[in-house]
Design a protein around this ligand. Structure first.
Ligand code: SIN
Length: 675
């Protein structure tokens, strides 16, 4: 992490930001490094609330810390200051070599190691002069203590960037000034071949002065950037330039039969090369062309020099791949996060338009807790009756596999824990506490066995401020096909109208509590007309207080048949049940579309039926749904389905260039006729 702080910066850019870090350092790492890491974390990740670091040294130092908070803070600051790592200048050799060769009046080369660092040799043993200042050329002091003005020093430094090898470079530059540049421009050459006979065959001189000579030539030719083709030892010179001055290099380069020969160490920092590649989007094509194996001098990528280089680059590649994938991942993540799939459902703010349907996995406290913690945009309880019900006898549920999709038939008969369980204020408080996000709307589904029972539940809710504070909506289920002896209210129009009229007048429904109705599927246009007319009258008459309808519950009277036993698959109600999932997908889409086109704008439509993927959700919204409920797929997959469907929806929207649901909601077009 210390060697790659940019990775931490990439992670720090993630949204939502990380608030907890576990720093896995191995227990016995040096304290200076641990503190350096902690400081790096605190400066890079301002949202961190908690860092877990397993350091023996830090733990034992912390034993000495005062208990009082103020004193503790002071102690910590002093402690950090005290053990702060001394920054060692990394590239001492390079720093020394940045100073050009200088000679005494007598012509002896002055020792730059002694002047700018430490010379390991005694003055008598060193072949270079130890008696003069490399900066002012006067005897008696080193360059580090020289009083020559800062300006002179800066000039030397600046010159050093391209004039390390003064005799060689001066000769070369003189030639260039005398017409080289004009010649190149005149001929419109864009290939520069740099050779310097003065460096001859000395690989050490090439390594030492080559980069500076090349930089100097480019500068004199006013060339901003070059692509490099380098061979053999030239690749090492190229890597030096890359590490030190990547801005001189354009995007693509070729390294042919790279070799570092017998040089003991790399004259460049592999880390700087890696950073240059990452930060400047530079790519290197490495080509190997092994020569005749018989010849000991022949090039082989497996021989020591090339192998050492390629090993270093393979490691670098792995690091780059890791950081690039992290960058790409974070980039895609950021782009996806810009896509808003939140919606306003009749006044309820949902951060995600995908939510659970009342039905599967909504019966028990644990199941509701699981939905609260999931990505479901709201929390919808099992349709409650006044008293607890165990529902119809088993078997009462079956699945039909259709490729990778699932349909279902159920005849559960409203098993539920009873009104009191879903309106218990301490339970609702617990639900709220584990909800993610925190203010996730709670939709209380009711399915009283009579209008009277429904009204009684509304009365009880209205009388309980403790419950009301947690309640966002009441969804009245008028569409359960499975209760023996209870015909479906949504198909009995006079009764349905009475239910809607009476319930929508209940004082519970203010702007803080939305009223919704879960409808059965309708199959014919006059029925859609009749339902919409009835709902519109109520909505308009009541100033739009009727919030939404869910299209739709299961399609009743479905029958699953077991060929082997020659019986029905389900037991209750003669084996008939409500068809859901994949087999009602298109019916549900049709219902959403039909009702959306007929209902007043103040009544929102929630799509429900066969939603198993982001595409299904998209189709519902395209047909006009404000939000989308998931039932069968929730039962099959569990509450993680909400996150998956939501991210599939985001991906689809990103592909289509949409950033919010409004961009396509209700915009389904009728296919043009071919004629
Ligand atoms: C049931 O409990 O029978 C299913 C719920 C419903 O269809 O409303």
């Amino acid at each position: 992490m210390l060697a790659h702080p940019e990775l931490l910066r990439i992670l720090a850019g993630c949204s939502p930001p990380f608030t907890v870090v576990f720093a896995d350092i191995g227990g016995n790492r040096e304290l200076t490094h641990v503190l350096e890491l902690l400081q790096l974390l605190s400066s890079t990740m301002p949202h961190l609330r908690y860092v877990a670091v397993k350091s023996e040294a830090l733990a034992s130092e912390l034993q000495k810390a005062p208990v009082n908070l103020q004193e503790y803070i002071k102690w910590w600051e002093e402690f950090c200051h005290h053990v702060r790592p001394v920054k060692v200048r990394r590239r001492r050799m390079q720093q020394i070599l940045q100073h050009p060769v200088r000679r005494t009046k007598e012509g002896t080369e002055i020792c730059r190691f002694a002047n700018y660092g430490t010379c390991s040799k005694a003055p008598s043993e060193c072949r270079y002069d130890h008696g003069h200042c490399h900066r002012c050329l006067q005897p008696g002091h080193w360059a580090m203590d020289c009083e020559v003005t800062e300006a002179t020093h800066e000039k030397t430094e600046a010159m050093a960037t391209y004039s390390l090898c003064s005799e060689v470079a001066e000769g070369l530059f003189a030639a260039l000034r005398a017409g080289g540049r004009e010649y190149l421009f005149l001929k419109e050459y864009n290939i520069v071949i740099i050779d310097s006979p003065s460096l001859g065959l000395s690989r050490h001189r090439w390594i030492q002065y080559g980069p500076a000579v090349i930089r100097g030539v480019l500068r004199h030719l006013d060339i901003d950037q070059v692509s490099v083709f380098s061979m053999g030892l030239g690749s090492v010179i190229f890597h030096q330039i890359l590490a030190e001055t990547p801005h001189l290099l354009s995007h693509t380069h070729i390294v042919y039969n790279q070799d570092i020969a017998d040089l003991k160490s790399f004259p460049f920092e592999a880390y700087d090369v890696e950073v240059a590649l990452r930060d400047h989007d530079i790519q290197i094509w490495t080509i190997y062309n092994d020569e005749d194996d018989e010849d000991p001098q022949a090039y082989s990528r497996h021989s020591k020099g090339p192998a050492r280089l390629s090993e270093a680059f393979t490691k670098m590649q792995a690091d780059l791949r890791c950081s690039l994938s992290l960058r790409n991942h974070c980039g895609t993540q950021r782009a996806m996060e810009k896509i808003d799939i939140g919606c306003n459902l009749a006044g309820l703010q949902l951060s995600c338009c995908i939510l659970n349907a009342s039905g599967p996995r909504t019966n028990t406290e644990q199941q509701l807790m699981d939905i609260a913690r999931s990505s479901s945009g709201a929390l919808c309880s099992k349709s409650a009756t006044l008293e607890e019900r165990s529902g119809n006898p088993q078997p009462r549920y079956t699945e039909i596999q259709l490729g990778d999709r699932t349909a279902s038939i159920n005849s559960e008969g409203l098993p539920n824990k009873g009104f009191a369980a879903y309106s218990d204020s301490s339970f609702l408080q617990r639900l709220k506490e584990c909800s993610e996000p925190h203010g996730k709307p709670y939709i209380f589904s009711i399915s009283g066995l009579s209008l009277k029972e429904n009204l009684e539940m509304l009365d009880r809710l209205a009388e309980s401020p403790d419950v009301l504070q947690h309640l966002s909506a009441v969804e009245v289920n008028v569409a359960c096909p499975n209760v023996p002896g209870k015909p479906l209210v949504g198909y009995d129009f006079p009764q349905f109208a009475e239910v809607v009229q009476t319930m929508s007048r209940h004082p519970l429904f203010t702007k803080d509590c939305v009223l919704g109705f879960k409808l059965p599927p309708y199959l014919d246009a006059p029925l859609f007309d009749a339902v919409a007319k009835m709902l519109n009258e109520i909505a308009l008459g009541r100033g739009g207080a009727l919030g939404y309808v869910v299209c739709c519950n299961t399609l009743g009277s479905a029958l699953a048949v077991d060929i082997e036993t020659e019986t029905t698959v389900l037991h209750p109600k003669g084996g008939f049940g409500g068809l859901g999932g994949q087999l009602v997908r298109h019916l549900a889409l049709g219902n959403v579309r039909h009702l959306r086109s007929r209902l007043d704008d103040s009544i929102h439509v929630v799509g429900c039926g066969g939603v198993a993927t982001g595409e299904d959700a998209f189709a519902h919204i395209l047909c006009g749904a404000t939000a989308v409920q998931v039932a069968t797929q929730h039962r099959v997959e569990g509450p993680q389905c909400f996150e998956r469907i939501a991210s599939e929806l985001r991906e689809l929207m990103q592909r289509k260039g949409y950033t919010q649901l409004e961009d396509f909601r209700g915009k389904l077009r009728v296919r043009e006729s071919k004629l």
